[in-house]
Design a protein around this ligand. Sequence first.
Ligand code: CA
Length: 548
Amino acid sequence: MIQSIVQWLSTAVTPQSSPLPGQVPNSAGAFAWQVDDWTRLDRFLVLGAEGGSYYAAERTLTLENAQAVLACVIADGARALARIVLISTEARAPKNDAAIFALAVAMKRGDEATRRAAAAAVPAVCRTGTHLFQLATAVQALGGWGRGTKRAFARWYTERAPRDLAWQLVKYQSRAGFSHRDVLRLAKPKGADATHDVLFRYATRGVRPEGGLASVDPALILVDAVEAAKTADRVTLIRLIVDHALPWECVPTVHLGSTEVWDALLHAGAHGMPFGAMLRNLARMTSNGLLKAGAPAIDTVVARLADGESVRRARVHPLSVLAALVTYQSGKGARGSLTWAPAPRLVKALDRAFYDAFANVAPTGKRWMLAVDVSGSMDAGVLGGFPGLTPRIGAAAMAMVTARTERSHEVVAFTAAPNGYGGQWGGGTPGLTGLDVAGRRLDDVVGAMRALPMGGTDCALPMVHALRRRIPVDVFVVYTDSETWAGSVHPAEALRAYRQAMGIPAKLVVVGMVSNQFTIADPDDAGMLDVVGFDAGAPAAIGIFAGA
Ligand code: CA
């Protein structure tokens, strides 16, 4: 039985460019299947697309690409809305954009009851000002501002506690052409108390009471501080930052070059500057002199990076730390205008924080097999979401993440076949070579990957290999830069043959780290995922898909 399937795998030839049975060409010229709308709704909410693809590049969500969302909203509005709210509030998606768009569809296209329920769900799905602006954009595109829509937006403001609303107003100022002023002018919230009224007058017309907003309600002191900061001299600004923990977004541009101002930002608040902001601003703080070798502020940053608890509390992904490390170590900014001399202590602390951040990745408990492209092109190009990281470093780091978080894992590289030569380019037979990642350091893993002879990225090979050796695998992941060449058997067929022979409902993720477009996943197979490009949401998308 097993032997015959292996044999079948090597003889049944369905080149990747030909359709499988049941496939019909779609508008893009690729192949697609008819699928269940509710599965497509879930995919849309989690991945931001209805097919089996996660796209890293920002894409405008349109009703044209959300036909299943519309169908579900019409078929059973309450059920659709329940999924939208659940996936958004339980953070079951790497990004909230798709849930916000689907909520707008329910608000504008649902029946009376659905529209009312969707309006009531706005505060749950739109948790920040930015989310609300995204909803405004979607609502505008889907038919604009009826009375119910205006009321829903008004309630987002009137039902929010004053201190929280003040924070939302100063922190999230605008997005995609919408600001609080625009939304408030459209929604015209009424019937709020004196505190809300004073915030609305401030946000729409810039009007402030004589004694400041805090004279009406002490909870609004943050707004007074932000306003004072706009015209403050440096000494006053620093006091405001220290007293009110102003975020760096509230610092006027003219002061962003000041070492003292950044020193205050670094230390302000109960825990100091948020960890993520600290990582993203390392280059800026170094180039302006705050983190010059020997400067006392280095002690603060090094201490926070060395504090495993602080790394864990920030829930930062190892790749975010790695991107900061690679950029900082290079001594120059992504756009090339900034340069600095990296402090060795800080480099060492970042390196340690990278390994500490592995604790922030939750294990799925699944059995993983990763297959990594080791060709030369993996050293070219930069990942969209992690500036400074090449596909090679990104793939090596992701292999390490899996190896360190999942008990059961195996890493292989796409090489020439054993004793063979070539692969796709050399005219020989492609093969896989085992790669030991566990317990090794990143530079060591990257070096080992470079040293292997390259072969073609035949996406069916991992399943063929695992089946031949009877290796139990729940999740296959292919990491490549952009080439998703397949050999004599379609990856979807190889995956199905593997499932059938092993009795395991295995999944396949193909990651094209710098791709704009490719199609390996069978859109009718909920166990296949294409990750197109690589941003901060991609590791989460892979984890959610694998663990589901
Ligand atoms: Ca290549």
